[in-house]
Design a protein around this ligand. Structure first.
Ligand code: MG
Length: 381
């Protein structure tokens, strides 16, 4: 039986790795839908190779190019509405959400509401709308399969276990490119320096999030919604080699870890083949070559974003959504050379403190807050 797969964000880093995984799995997968933001050339090439039923591209102008290249063979949808329509189609078995940032939230919700399981790489979905997505999951019966390497590790460690037996979750993080840099030089960090991650090759937004360590903070919030734990039950440990992808401590003090080379194809494939595993020929973990595995406490003075994320999780309601949007906008302003690296957490803190708090935000509330936080951050100077 072939499994019908829809890939949201197919031209990005997660999307391309998902297609490599699909190639590895061969006949088992049928690529039904592909979506892109504006990379028409890559989307056209992918559509010609995988012949999906339909594709969607956000950028209208790029959409014209895709339509004429694919002619009448493949349905082409455009704009945000096109993406949301494909995300909500229920004639697939699984959706891979590899979209970047808050733009991925609504598509996750559409797929879950349509009763389709979602392999979730877009952690921002849960950071912003964890409670709404949880309610939608209960209603439709659809599930979320974690793709983030840490959450895949936790999920794999939980196989055969009971969540009630978990004492705490230990999220590992590489510490990013500035782990050993002197704190007084942080204000001089350039986008170019921040875009150079030591272990993982990823898109720009998540690479900057790794440099500020907001990525780890967002992952703490993601952990809360995926596994139902409290902020106090989620720890962060810095592990610069990125070999252990996360750990679980059980009530009997036994600790389970999942290891592997830092390659997103492994968590992607696990999400797509779950609960089974399929063989793959990519690089294997060589423990002798890896050498020492080391661990450190996270430095909250260098990386205040971690603290902000824990505070947002404890505040709950609309705060994590504001944290997420403010972070995203601050990251883009930093990449554009408009603000300093050290201003990213400062702006986020202001946005969280100044927003109109809502204890149980609806989707409409979240979309309105997204606009508010975007304006707030862009007005800052
Ligand atoms: Mg991760």
């Amino acid at each position: 039986m072939t499994i019908k797969l829809s890939i949201l964000g197919s031209t990005g880093s997660i999307g391309e790795n998902t297609l490599r995984v699909a190639d590895n799995l061969g006949q088992k997968f049928d690529i039904t839908y592909l979506t892109a933001n504006r990379n028409s050339d890559k989307l056209i090439a992918q559509a010609k190779k995988y012949t999906p039923k339909a594709v969607a591209i956000i950028d209208e102008k790029a959409g014209k190019k895709v339509s004429s290249a694919l002619q009448d063979n493949i349905e082409v949808l455009t704009g945000r509405e096109g993406l949301l329509e494909l995300a909500g189609r229920d004639d697939v078995d699984i959706v891979m959400n590899g979209l970047v940032g808050s733009a991925g939230m609504e598509p996750t919700l559409r797929s879950i509401e349509a009763g389709v399981n979602v392999a979730l790489s877009n952690k921002e979905s849960l950071v912003m709308a964890g409670s709404i997505i949880e309610t939608a999951k209960k209603k439709s019966g659809a599930a979320l399969f974690p793709v983030d390497s840490e959450h895949s590790a936790i999920w794999q460690c939980l196989a055969g276990e009971k969540i009630a037996d978990v004492r705490k979750i230990i999220l590992t993080g590489s510490g990013g490119p500035f782990r050993t840099r002197e704190i007084y030089t942080f204000k001089d960090i350039t986008p170019e320096e921040a875009l150079h991650h030591p272990n993982w090759n990823m898109g720009n937004k998540i690479t900057i999030d790794s440099a500020t360590m907001m990525n780890k903070g967002l992952e703490v919030i993601e952990t809360r919604w995926l596994f139902g734990l409290l902020a106090d039950e989620i720890d962060i440990v810095i592990h610069p080699q990125s070999i252990i992808h996360s750990m679980i401590e059980f009530v009997d003090k036994s600790v389970k870890a999942q290891l592997g080379v830092p390659d997103m194809k492994i968590p992607i494939q696990y999400a797509l083949t779950y609960p089974r595993r399929s063989s793959a020929n990519w690089e294997e973990l060589d423990l002798i070559k890896s050498g020492q595995l080391t661990f450190e406490e996270p430095d909250l003075e260098k990386f205040p974003c971690i603290k902000l994320a824990y505070e947002a999780l404890r505040a709950g309601g609309s705060t994590p959504a504001v944290l997420n949007v403010a972070n995203e906008q601050a990251v883009y302003r930093f990449l554009d050379g408009e603000i300093k690296f050290t201003e990213i957490p400062a702006i986020i803190e202001k946005a969280c403190a100044n927003h109109h708090y809502i204890s149980e935000p609806t989707l409409e509330d979240l979309l309105a807050l997204e606009l508010w936080a975007t304006e707030f951050v862009n007005a800052y100077n």
